[in-house]
Design a protein around this ligand. Structure first.
Ligand code: FES
Length: 111
C-alpha cells in the first residue's frame, strides 16, 4: 500500500464537506460526513458526473447529475443501479489525511 497525503491537518478540521482532492495527479473525492472521512473515485460510473460536486445523504454520496447514490462504506450503487464506485482507505495522521493505494494500481493511477 502506498499512502499519499491529500489534506493538511488544518483542512481536516473543517466541518463536514465533499470536495475534490489530488493524490499526485489523480483526482479523487474526499468526503467528511459526521466527522468520518471517506475517499472515493471522483467520476460517477453512470455517465461521468463529478461526485465531488455532490452531497451526502444517510451514508451515501449523491451524484449531482442524475442523483444516483453510492454507499460510502462499500461503494455499492443503490438498489437497481447495479454498479459501484472505488473506495480507497483513509488514515488520519498527525499532519493530515492520507489515502492508500494498492501498489499494483499506482502505475495506472499516476501515469
Ligand atoms: S452521471 Fe452520476 S448519476 Fe448520472
Amino acid at each position: 500500500m502506498i499512502w499519499v497525503k491529500v489534506l493538511s491537518k488544518q483542512e481536516t478540521e473543517r466541518e463536514d464537506f465533499v470536495e475534490m482532492a489530488k493524490a499526485d495527479s489523480k483526482k479523487i473525492c474526499i468526503v467528511k460526513h459526521n466527522g468520518k472521512f471517506s475517499a472515493i473515485q471522483n467520476t460517477c460510473p453512470h455517465a461521468g458526473g463529478i461526485l465531488s460536486g455532490g452531497w451526502c445523504k444517510e451514508g451515501n454520496i449523491i451524484c449531482p447529475i442524475h442523483r444516483w447514490e453510492y454507499n460510502l462504506t462499500n461503494g455499492r450503487g443503490a438498489e437497481g443501479q447495479g454498479d459501484y464506485i472505488d473506495i480507497y482507505p483513509t488514515e488520519l495522521r498527525e499532519d493530515g489525511l492520507y489515502v492508500g493505494f494498492k501498489q499494483n494500481w499506482i502505475k495506472k493511477l499516476f501515469s
